[in-house]
Ligand binder design. Structure first.
Ligand code: HAM
Length: 417
């Protein structure tokens, strides 16, 4: 878990600002859900055999002994809130987005924290229309593009439905049966409890075996096939760069049909590739079936903010410094210091940002602060000026100074910046 220090905030601000623009344009409504959820929500939604539920949930107990989970992701929480508040009346389908911290007890490493932040997009309800895949992927992609991330690729696959997936799983198990002794311990467990996840193993020897595994695309039923074909056609229509990856499966049980992940193929100057997904998601029509016994068409995707910021930094993407003040107010003497407080309020009312370091009395120290803030103009307010109701404007570049009456200063600055 990390602190987000002031020097990192410009990146976070940039991500938040870009998010606002995207959600406003694509018409997603914001939803916030609590960090703590009932224990059984994630077990039921993500699946008892998934890595998150088996190993990664932070479990808390309150004074009465009731257990809670610190949410490891947002989709199950959004589905719970949708049901609990009967949100279907807000729209069919309903587009929701959220941002906030998630918690997973993982081995910390590059791109993997125990507390991390997600920005998620979900489309719930309405018809199970393949256009919704694009309506989720597009804002995510535009958000990443808006942050100036380049060489983005969308890996996309279908994992079929209840009808056709079991046939594929059988074929997959048949393929792995004779090779199981050459796979890692985790894969031997996956074979038993979650065979699709055999395709997700990062171990080198398992990756080799995966290369010749049967492709799900040969096993899906005609309805899933038609749906997937439409998904790809819509992606092509808006020229989203996708790669078909028949071995892409995802770590959560609630998915059916379309799954996707977005990567940046960017290499850092020292040749390193960022080897993690910036975003991921998929369709999850059966989640509501698990929760309330009635399926509901739903699709969503989520961006990992820390990973995005790491990618922005690796690509040397510049963000504006936080302070945009172009003016710095300096004081000399007790009276000037006091009246500076009032003067600053006058600038606030006029919507002009003014930097200061009122806690420093030495003019040299204030000058250094003004230099650091990179302002164009400094205002020098000394004893003489207080007495004469005036103030000095100093051009920080040329050093030229000019005295103006105090009551005109706000207008004068307005003209000059
Ligand atoms: P996920 O793939 O588990 O999907 O997470 C989505 C994104 O969150 C990842 O692509 C990654 O950028 C980020 N992420 C995940 N775990 C970590 C971590 N430990 N440290 C840093 N970043 C991380 C979901 O969470 C689904 N709820 C996505 C979804 C929405 N599916 C449907 N709707």
């Amino acid at each position: 878990m990390h602190d987000i220090l002031p020097q990192d905030q410009p990146w976070w601000d940039k991500v938040r600002k870009e998010t606002r623009e995207v959600v406003d344009f694509y018409n997603y409504l914001r939803i916030d859900t609590p960090i703590l959820e009932p224990v059984n929500l994630f077990e039921r939604s993500l699946g008892a055999g998934t890595e998150i539920v088996e190993k990664q949930m932070f479990v808390l107990k309150d004074r009465s002994g009731d257990g809670f989970i610190m949410r490891p992701e947002g989709t199950a929480s959004v589905a719970r809130a949708y049901l609990q508040h009967g949100l279907s009346h807000l729209g069919q389908p309903l587009k929701l987005y959220y941002e906030g911290p998630m918690f997973r007890y993982e081995r910390p490493q590059a791109g993997r924290q125990r507390e991390f932040h997600q920005i998620g997009f979900e489309i719930l309800g309405g018809e199970s229309d393949a256009i919704h895949e694009t309506q989720v992927i597009l804002p995510i992609f535009r958000l990443l593009e808006g942050l100036k991330l380049k060489q983005l690729t969308i890996r996309v696959n279908t994992i079929g439905c209840k009808n056709c997936r079991p046939t594929y799983v059988q074929k997959l198990k048949a393929y792995y049966r004779s090779r199981l002794k050459n796979t890692c311990k985790d894969c031997q467990r996956r074979y038993q409890f979650n065979p699709l996840r055999l395709l997700d193993c990062k171990e080198l020897e398992c990756q080799e075996i995966k290369k010749s595994a049967p492709s799900i695309l040969d096993s899906i039923c005609s309805t899933c096939h038609r749906h997937f074909k439409e998904v790809l056609e819509y992606l092509e229509e808006v020229k989203l760069p996708y790669q078909l990856d028949p071995y892409l499966v995802r770590g959560l049980d609630y998915y059916n049909r379309t799954v996707f992940e977005i990567f940046s193929d960017f290499h850092t100057p020292d040749g390193q590739k960022l080897d993690f997904a910036l975003a991921g998601g998929g369709r999850y029509d059966y989640l509501f079936d698990v929760l309330v016994g009635k399926p509901l068409p739903a699709i969503g995707g989520t961006i990992g903010v820390e990973r995005v910021i790491e990618a922005m930094k690796a690509a040397n993407i510049n963000v504006l410094p936080r302070s945009r003040a172009k003016v710095f107010l300096m004081h000399m003497g007790v009276q000037a210091k006091k009246r500076s407080l009032v003067l600053l309020e006058e600038f606030r009312e006029a919507n002009i940002l003014v930097a200061e370091s009122l806690g420093k009395d030495s003019l040299n120290a204030q000058m250094r602060s003004a230099d650091k803030a990179g302002v164009a103009l400094a205002l020098i307010f000394g004893q003489k000026e207080v007495f004469e109701d005036s103030i000095i404007i100093r051009d920080m570049k040329t050093g030229a100074q000019e005295t103006v009456p105090l009551k005109k200063i706000v207008n004068e600055i307005k003209k000059r910046i």
